[in-house]
Design a protein around this ligand. Structure first.
Ligand SMILES: [Zn+2]
Length: 293
């Protein structure tokens, strides 16, 4: 291949990436950068404007909830540093589920800093047996790698990370290995309970997707509803998003920055239940829609 042919191939690949369903999310990711901010006490937001990443300062090492989009390593490292932490102090990453927009920097942290990576057991199995379900091919880069998992999480287990104890529930639906996490944050108003639900999208409940998996009865939709019900009544003072639109992360951030003396908008004990109820209603509508059946 000549240099000119090689460049033509590059242009064709770039155009093909832009046309992929999720392709636009891998182009010029610096434009998605969000300056990090403290949500409450020892819990920080270090994600971008598309995918959430939360940092918990456990007092004995940093814990990340998710690792950002594939290709967003530089953004995540910058956000952690801008928040005043050292990326090399990230001892653990818990992945909400095994999709390419959540495990982005996990292998980088593992390789560079020896960070331990945790993922729900069903998605660890998925990585071994059906890695195409990660949608890694949408990144348009053969240099992107699947995550390595150090520990597989089971339903109901509690794991201690430094000074923070996290209770995990498996909430299959969006993916089979989605995890929800519940833990205490410590701040100026005392202990507040945080809740994180690892994956809400219906893209993996679409008819053709489920048929490809052999789920001809679309059982994953009913499983999703069961998962919502399973954790609906957990007490949650601070609902942490999986994507910022889940809990209007960036709107709450703006209100907090504009009105620093007003009550913290992230302290909202109704937000968790209200959003899970909304997803339940939306999924029932989705299931009733003839085009999805
Ligand atoms: Zn996902």
């Amino acid at each position: 291949m000549t240099m000119r042919e090689g460049y033509a191939q590059y242009l064709a690949d770039a155009e093909a990436l832009a046309q992929k369903r999720y392709g636009k999310y891998f182009i010029r990711q610096g434009r998605r950068y969000v300056a990090p901010f403290r949500i409450y006490g020892n819990v920080w937001y270090v994600g971008d404007n598309w995918v959430c990443v939360h940092l918990i300062d456990t007092g004995d090492g940093l814990l990340l909830l998710d690792a950002g989009n594939c290709g967003a390593e530089a953004s995540l490292l910058s956000a952690i540093a801008e928040a005043g932490f050292r990326p090399s102090d990230v001892r653990w990453i818990v992945l909400s589920h095994g999709h390419m927009d959540h495990f982005g920097a996990s292998e980088f942290f593992r390789d560079a800093f020896g960070t331990q990576v945790l993922l729900g057991a069903p998605d660890a199995q998925m990585l071994r047996e059906q890695p195409e379900r990660t949608l890694i091919h949408h990144t348009g880069s053969a240099a992107v790698t699947l995550p390595t998992v150090d520990r597989e999480l089971a339903d109901g287990e509690t794991v201690r990370f430094g000074g923070t104890e996290v209770m995990f529930r498996l909430v299959p639906g969006h993916m089979d290995g989605c995890v929800a996490a519940f833990f205490d944050a410590h701040g100026e108003l005392g202990v507040k309970r945080c809740g994180w639900y690892g994956g809400f999208g219906f893209n993996t409940l679409e008819k053709n997707y489920l048929l490809e998996l052999g789920d001809t009865s679309f059982s994953r939709r009913a499983i999703y509803l069961e998962s919502l019900a399973k954790v609906r009544d957990e007490h949650v003072d601070i609902f942490l998003g999986n994507h910022p639109h889940n809990n209007d992360t960036l709107g709450r951030m703006r209100r907090m920055l504009e009105h620093p003396d007003a009550p913290n908008p992230f302290l909202d004990p109704d937000a968790w239940g209200a959003y899970l109820d909304k997803k339940r209603e939306k999924l029932l509508e989705f299931m009733a829609d003839p085009k999805n059946n």
